[in-house]
Design a protein around this ligand. Structure first.
Ligand code: FAD
Ligand code: NAP
Length: 546
């Protein structure tokens, strides 16, 4: 890589900033730092092009469950005005197209080297630069390192016995190749999370036979996806100022007002009516947070919502044994799920539900999957909808070293840390987009908020002529404690899911999100800036001898 003169206050670097990732986060970071601040930026993605999540997750049925009008950037009013969509929710090809158009609009691809994985990044205290190494054998130096590695990006592919001997094909939904046609095939899907639900709905209609390997039954409500008229879309566009203000001041940033009414404060009849209305309206987050204020915090409210969904399952699914297997008995406290006619799928004659909690997957055989009972399911294709090593998964895959050669793997061995979901003590000039302990929301508005804060912070650094910035350990400890306290006020830590790292065998159960919402998060970020970055250390004395 050729050496270019950076414009930052640290001379001698190849570039001012390295950005990793070409999803919503990385793309916006390149735009803000290069086009906004005039920095010299080199960006990388292991993918062949832009898109991040939407580049990798091309599985049949892949869809956003944030409504189309607010699963996008908000900073450019012309871009908002030009927005095009057909239905209430965006399909994967539409989002990929949107991000491709975004890259074209701001000429972002020229800053990227695609098909290139960052394998290591080391902060050198002697030159105060990041030394970033890729799998292409190149090392580049930069003052700033900004990572948009994705929080649902490092795929989790459980190692099943016998898998190497399976004669059919296997795919992980999060690394889906182009051009796969599953029509007429005997397909098995392992996993019934958000992804599983979508791929199951899509494949039931085209597979010769679909076997769903369900470990945990899930609470799934209708998504409510329908075409949106030009008038409706124009209405959003005319109202965007108010919409984005509401989104960014709200907790979940999903574009609806979260309920302030406790579930038990209304009569049982009213509660049923409110749940029924939400069922007909559609939306997983709406069902959990738009109906009542305490479904995620009060066991009684949670049980009422869970009972309602179980009742729906018993009404929809014709075979009582299948209905019973589909009914979750644990808390309704994972990432809320939704889909179109999900439970109806199990009334189809070409769909079989295998409950692999009571009867686990024993092994893959050459012709399919054998359960512990000895029952074998013959399959041509097995789809792993088994999720992700979420939030810190991609960080663990990079040899990331800060001051004194401290490794991120070591710092995070009891669970990921992170200040404001963006920074880490002992890792100077390092900024994560959607790093650990950031907000739990519809993500593009949080990404925007974070990238804008990062750009402001870098601008502040350059105006001040500072060489390094990093949070104090005390500030980071306080932030983590705050995140823990807030999370413990909810029922989420009691459920086994990726949100607390419970889906990966051996991963420590740790707090990974700031659950007080985007509005409060924005206030916290502004407070840091307005305090003159009082929680940060500028130009800290190196810990290593020169
Ligand atoms: P990503 O889009 O995940 O991009 C990260 C990029 O970093 C990837 O392209 C990856 O290749 C690259 N990368 C990682 N490590 C390296 C490395 N070492 N070297 C080089 N490149 C690297 N969120 C919502 O708010 N609403 C939704 O409806 C929604 N639907 C989703 C549906 C699916 C199927 C999935 C998987 C996630 C969904 N999400 C949704 C979450 C989604 O991930 C975010 O909304 C958003 O797209 C994240 O953008 P990002 O840029 O932070 O990360
Ligand atoms: P996930 O929620 O972690 O679900 C993974 C599924 O695989 C679970 O059903 C899990 O069962 C199962 N599983 C994992 N290992 C298994 C094993 N060894 N044997 C059997 N089953 C196993 O992952 P995901 O569905 O990919 O979703 C991850 C996140 O991505 C979502 O929560 C959401 O944030 C985002 N997403 C959003 C959408 C959307 O609607 N817009 C779509 C897809 C993804 P257990 O539950 O028992 O662990």
């Amino acid at each position: 890589m050729s050496k270019t003169s950076g414009i930052t206050s640290t001379g001698g670097a190849d570039v001012d900033a390295v950005v990793v990732g070409a999803g919503f986060g990385g793309l916006y970071a390149v735009h803000k730092l290069r086009n906004g601040l005039g920095l010299n930026v080199q960006a990388f993605d292991s993918a062949g092009d832009v898109g991040g999540t939407w580049y990798w997750n091309r599985y049949p049925g892949a869809l956003s469950d944030t409504e189309s009008y607010c699963y996008r950037f908000s900073f450019d009013k012309d871009l908002l005005r030009e927005g095009r969509w057909k239905s209430r929710y965006l399909t994967q090809p539409e989002i990929l197209d949107y991000l491709g158009g975004f890259a074209d609009r701001y000429d972002l691809r020229r800053s990227y080297q695609f098909g290139t994985k960052v394998t290591a990044a080391r902060f050198d205290e002697k030159d105060c630069l990041w030394h970033v190494t890729t799998d292409k054998g190149c090392t580049i130096t930069s003052k700033y390192l900004v990572t948009g590695l994705g929080l649902l990006s490092a795929t989790n592919r459980p190692a099943f016995k016998g898998i190497d001997g399976f004669k059919g094909l296997t795919y992980h939904t999060g690394a889906w190749p182009q051009g796969v046609d599953l029509s007429g095939k005997r397909v098995g899907v392992i996993g019934t999370g958000s992804t599983g639900v979508q791929v199951i709905i899509a494949l039931a209609a085209i597979a010769k036979h679909l076997t769903v390997f369900q470990r945990s039954a899930q609470y799934v409500v209708p998504i409510g996806n329908w075409p949106e008229s030009t008038e409706k879309i124009d209405g959003y566009k005319a109202n965007y100022d108010a919409i984005w203000k509401q989104v960014k001041d709200s907790a979940l940033a999903f574009g609806f007002a979260e309920s302030t009414v406790p579930a038990m404060s209304v009569s049982e009849q009213d509660r049923e009516r409110i749940f029924e209305d939400a069922w007909n309206r559609g939306g997983g987050f709406y069902f959990m947070f738009g109906t009542f204020s305490d479904i995620a915090t009060s066991p009684e409210a949670n049980a009422a919502a869970a009972d309602f969904i179980r009742k729906k399952i018993s009404q929809i699914v014709k075979d009582p044994d299948t209905a019973r297997k589909l009914m979750p008995v644990d808390l309704y406290a994972k990432r809320p799920l939704c889909g179109t006619d999900y439970y109806d799928v199990y009334n189809r004659s070409n769909v079989t539900l295998a409950d692999v909690k009571s009867n686990q997957i024993a092994e893959f055989t050459p012709g399919g999957i054998r359960l512990q009972s000895g029952a074998e399911h013959a399959l041509d294709v097995v789809i792993f909808a088994t999720g992700f090593d979420a939030v810190d998964g991609n960080y663990a895959r990079i040899d990331l070293r800060g001051r004194g050669d401290v490794t991120m793997r070591d710092k995070w061995k009891e669970g990921p840390l992170g200040y404001l979901g963006m920074m880490e003590a002992d890792f100077p000039n390092f900024f994560m987009i959607l790093g650990p302990n950031g907000p739990f929301t519809n993500l593009p508005p949080s990404i925007e908020t974070q990238v804008e804060w990062i750009a402001d912070t870098i601008e502040h650094m350059e105006r001040r002529g500072a060489r390094t910035i990093e949070p104090t350990q005390a500030a980071e400890d306080e932030w983590i404690a705050t995140c823990r306290t807030i999370a413990d006020m909810t029922l989420f830590p009691k459920a086994q899911s990726w949100i607390f790292g419970a889906n990966i065998p051996g991963k420590k159960n740790a707090v990974m999100f700031y659950m007080a919402g985007l509005g409060n998060y924005g206030t916290a970020l502004r407070a840091v800036k307005e305090s003159g970055y009082g929680t940060m250390i500028f130009d800290r004395t190196p810990t290593l001898a020169e």
